[in-house]
Design a protein around this ligand. Structure first.
Ligand code: RFL
Ligand code: PHB
Length: 390
């Protein structure tokens, strides 16, 4: 089998890159380890930057998002028993974000890919990128007990943090930076109206909490929890009590409870691998970097990587220039590190750290107070939240 770009992973990075390339006449095959149902069932991100929406538009995959996405022009920080609104639109010259589930976005891209008749191989096992240091790379995989080889010009490693692409690079060629946080997020989805019309990021002595949503009748909530907690330890009742206990009364009073239909614990981590290009192999999205979800940046960073790589590959095929792909790693990493900083900062500001002590706690309180009372500080938060320019 031959294609121009072999894409490993059918997450948002791989699907979006594949669609953009195909729309520009660049052939590609997506290899995915999981089943189609698994890919479509994963519940994750919820906040899209305008740059991500523009790219989905460019991929001609934003129709449903336009109808169903919820535009938000502010968020609230909750501390000291009350809500403090950050007017994002006012602070950024009219910008906002779109609340739209990653599950929906993935479905839109999968539908688009199938409609266009593009090849996705689900349950592709033992995927291995080969020869990317030279001129003739290939990707091997097994399907139904048979080994296949895809010969290609380029390999896009869109296979997430635990994928094979980054692991295929010789250790000496890659430098990694990592910070693991000493807690996780317990998240639930429930078919109940959201407690508030905008997102609430709450800092409370009992820990962080986040009120988010998927629609006007579906809520997504998170609470900070010990890293070794098990989902089974958290009944719905325990979750709702904990959530309400961490919100100011004006928000807690509006929490509508109901049975959860998804409940999971995610660890929090910051991680960056440099560089993001190794000959004809490119790392994209979570394969190259992870941020804690506090800043809502993971999926949006995946989209900005895709944009840089798509531009570069288009230049290769349409203009016979490698300038774009040569600049890929540097350009992507420059944006990545700023989002890593922002996500680390939001996480540090809002969570309870086991060893922060009284001094650390007072510093957090001072910073929160400064943040909501200084226009400059609020504007910095807003500018990063809507997404820095590409
Ligand atoms: P993904 O989504 O992990 O997809 C990788 C795909 O590759 C497949 N794969 C392989 N395929 C073949 N061979 C192998 N050896 C393979 N190994 C893996 C996997 O099965 C999978 O299908 O990476 P991608 O595409 O780079 O997308 C990244 C985003 O999914 C991620 O950054 C976001 O979900 C992060 N995130 C958030 N991002 C935001 O921008 N806004 C948010 O509000 C937000 N909230 C979140 C989040 C992530 C969370 N969790 C669970 C970590 C909230 C949470 C709770
Ligand atoms: C979500 O809705 O899942 C969500 C929203 C904002 C975040 C993280 C997750 O910062």
């Amino acid at each position: 089998m031959r294609t121009q770009v072999a894409i490993i992973g059918a997450g948002p990075s791989g699907l979006l890159l594949g669609q953009l390339l195909a729309n520009s006449g660049i052939s590609n095959i997506v290899l995915e380890r999981a089943t189609r149902d698994h890919v479509l069932g994963r519940v994750r991100a919820g906040v899209l930057e305008q740059g991500t929406i523009d790219l989905l538009d460019e991929a001609d995959a934003a129709q449903r998002l336009r109808g169903k996405g919820l535009r938000h022009e502010g968020i609230s920080l909750a501390f000291g028993n009350r809500l403090h609104r950050i007017d994002i639109a006012d602070l950024t010259g009219g910008k906002g974000v779109m609340v739209y589930g990653q599950t929906e976005l993935t479905r839109d891209l999968v539908d688009k890919r199938e409609l266009a008749g593009l090849t996705t191989v689900y349950e592709a096992l033992n995927v291995e990128p080969h020869g990317f240091g030279g001129e003739a790379p290939s990707v091997a995989y097994e399907k139904d007990g048979v080994t296949h080889h895809i010969h290609c010009d380029f390999i896009a490693g869109c296979d997430g943090f635990h994928g094979i692409s980054r692991k295929s690079v010789p250790e000496a060629a890659i430098k990694t930076y990592e910070r693991a946080y000493p807690f996780g997020w317990l998240g639930i989805l429930a078919e109940v109206p959201p407690a508030h019309h905008e997102l609430i990021y709450a800092s409370h002595p009992k820990g962080f909490a986040l009120c988010s949503m998927r629609s006007t009748h579906r809520s997504r909530y998170y609470v900070q929890c010990p890293i070794d907690d098990k989902v089974e330890d958290w009944s719905d009742d325990r979750f709702w009590d904990e959530l309400r206990g961490r919100l100011p009364p004006e928000a807690a009073a509006h929490v509508v409870t109901g049975p959860s239909f998804e409940k999971s614990i995610a660890p929090l981590r910051s991680f960056v691998a440099e560089p993001m290009r190794f000959g004809r192999l490119f790392l994209v999205g979570d394969a190259a970097h992870i941020v804690p979800p506090t800043g809502a940046k993971g999926l949006n960073l995946a989209a900005s990587d895709v944009r840089y790589l798509y531009w570069g590959l288009r230049e290769v095929y349409q203009e016979k220039s490698e300038a774009g792909i040569d600049a890929y790693s540097e350009k992507a990493l420059s944006r990545v590190w700023k989002a890593v900083r922002f996500s680390w900062w939001m996480t540090s500001l809002l969570h309870r750290f086991p060893d922060a002590g009284d001094f650390g706690r007072r510093i957090q309180e001072a910073e929160l107070d400064y943040l909501v009372h200084s226009r400059a500080a609020s504007a910095s938060l807003a500018e990063n939240y809507v997404g820095l320019p590409y």
